[in-house]
Ligand binder design. Structure first.
Ligand code: G4P
Length: 528
């Protein structure tokens, strides 16, 4: 099985996270350019405005010019097979982004050098920390006015609670951006605006070299010498174990748009990341190199082609090899199934694939049997990967159907859409299914829900916004919700697995609940 081992060893699977506009798309595009996966920069970006998805259910995507669904992009570089898990760029679609992080082995955090840590990054970062995956930081847009790099480091450390290790250090910024100093190689990578082409001028100069002054000027030289001295003396030591445990983030400065610092970043990133690591399934750890195939569903995308009403389930392969048409055991469904039409997604295009390996992501046709978090494995095996947590929605609506005769379709539609994980549905204890409380991570999902119920299930709905912003799962066993001491504007609901939850309008109310009910435990992530 040397082949299997070799294939898996060269896999690197990661997600890029950022706040919208920090440069995630631009960086992704430049990485693909190095891999030769796209010939022309602008192709990925182009999907936002010119190349529309074939999927017609996503009219909204077209109308808004945003990318609603995420996919994976695979490319080869220097013998590696790299999977970039693309995450929806729009801030409204972060729940899918959260789930994508469950499929990634590491994350690249793109930060806008003039803005620092932003809201969306903060949220996504929490998920990375929960998973202890390595996090690499790319501080982008150095060709523009940027904040002081020491302040940026401090902010990352303070706000995100992770140690940082700058791999390189910027010299100036904006119009005065001279390049970066590589701390390990001890050489300068000088910046010349080159319109984003692949080749970047590299000048091998040490800090002591007299020519340095000519290159960057005496003032920048002095600042650089001082900065490096300070860094060497005061910053954290580089510790590969800490990187791999997600406690220390290697930081790179660069400019994705001008393609500066992207290739060195990619090379270091590949050097520091590992092939797929074992994943926990109950009591067992599943070795990725095992010849037992295993995978879990991390995302379901509905009706990409409305004519066929198909759903695509996205699987992250955790061990072994996948072959087209192979028979697998669907653990949650308790059935053997044949995986037909396996697909790999490159941006919006689907390509039928013959085989895939641990680390890869594939989309398979789903006749409506999969749920997020389900395990698939070689027949004869029965283990289950730990489920994907449910992430706390932040916006809530009471949803009722306009035409009460459409009750069945309403229930079917809301339940199916919830099953795909696009929305979460809750009920007030004692109330029927004609009325549900829908929670979403981003408000655009309400529109998606309305659109899809109308177009796919022929149901019109009424939505009434609710003033809640926070949801917490009650983790204390056997709590009688009626006996809890809560503020009058806190609501008790249950999800469809019967778990009890509390909806809060503000954090003050959460604190009240915790203070007035000793022993009450509240969780931010639900169990699937
Ligand atoms: P996102 O996916 O994180 O949302 O960000 P995206 O890459 O779309 O970048 C957001 C904007 O920032 C884009 O400009 C992009 O060109 C710009 N940008 C990205 N990286 C850099 C960089 O290193 N330097 C500079 N100066 N700009 C950068 P836009 O005007 O919104 O779009 P476009 O008109 O360029 O397409």
């Amino acid at each position: 099985m040397a082949d299997l081992r070799r294939e898996i060893e060269r896999r690197r699977t990661f997600a890029i996270i950022s706040h919208p506009d920090a440069g995630k798309t631009t960086l992704t595009e430049k990485l693909l350019l190095y891999g030769g996966a796209i010939a022309l920069a602008g192709t990925v970006k182009g999907k936002k405005n010119s190349r529309h998805a074939v999927s017609d259910w996503m009219e909204i995507e077209k109308q808004r010019g945003i990318s609603v669904t995420s996919s994976v992009m695979q490319f080869e570089y220097d013998g590696y097979c790299i999977n970039i898990l693309d995450t929806p760029g729009h801030q409204d679609f972060s729940e899918d982004t959260y789930r994508t992080l469950m499929a990634a082995d590491s994350a690249v955090m793109v930060i806008d050098a003039s803005k620092g840590v932003e809201n969306q990054t903060r949220k996504l970062f929490k998920v990375c920390v929960m998973r202890h995956i390595p996090i690499f930081t790319f501080i982008n847009k150095m060709d523009r006015e940027a904040r002081n790099p020491f302040d940026l480091m401090e902010e990352i450390e303070k706000e995100l609670g992770i140690q940082t290790y700058p791999m390189n250090w910027p010299i100036g910024c904006g119009r005065e951006f001279k390049g970066v100093y590589d701390r390990e190689k001890k050489e300068i990578l000088s910046f010349t605006a080159n319109g984003g082409s692949k080749a970047v001028e590299k000048v091998e100069l040490s800090l002591e070299d007299e020519r340095l002054e000519q290159l960057i000027g005496s003032q920048y030289r002095q600042t650089l010498v001082d900065d490096i001295e300070l860094l060497d003396g005061a910053s954290y030591e580089f510790d590969m174990d800490a990187v791999q445990r997600g406690q220390l983030s290697p930081v790179f400065f660069g400019s994705a748009l001008t393609n500066f610092g992207v290739e060195p970043f990619l090379e270091e990133f590949l050097r520091m990341t590992t092939p797929p690591l074992p994943r926990v399934a109950g009591e067992q750890e599943i070795d990725p190199f095992s010849d037992v195939f295993s995978a879990f569903v991390f995302k379901i995308q509905a009706n990409m082609n409305k004519a066929h009403r198909d759903r695509i389930a996205f699987l992250r392969i955790c061990s072994g090899r996948f072959e087209k048409g192979m028979e697998v055991y669907h653990v949650q469904g308790g059935k053997k199934i044949k995986l037909s039409q396996p697909q790999q997604m490159m941006a919006q295009e689907r390509e039928i694939i013959d085989e895939a390996y641990a680390g890869d992501v594939i989309g398979v046709f789903d006749p409506g049997i999969f749920s997020i978090g389900d395990t698939l494995c070689s027949p004869g095996q029965k283990f289950q990967f730990a489920g994907i947590p449910t992430f706390a929605p932040e916006h809530f609506c009471r949803v009722t159907q306009v035409d009460t005769l459409k009750r069945k379709q309403f229930i079917k539609g809301t339940t199916q859409i919830a099953q795909e994980g696009a929305i979460q549905i809750f009920q007030e204890p004692g109330k029927g299914m004609e009325e549900v409380i829908v929670g979403v991570v981003g408000t655009l999902q309400f529109e998606v829900l309305e659109y899809r119920l109308k177009n796919e299930y022929n149901v019109e709905i009424r939505m009434e916004g609710l003033p809640y912003q926070y949801i917490r799962w009650i983790e204390t066993p056997e709590v009688d919700p009626k006996k809890l001491n809560l503020t009058s504007d806190t609501k008790v609901v249950q999800d469809f697995k019967g778990n009890l939850l509390l909806l809060f309008a503000n954090t003050w109310n959460i604190n009240w609940a915790l203070e007035k009910n000793k022993g009450l435990q509240l969780g931010e992530f639900g169990r699937s």
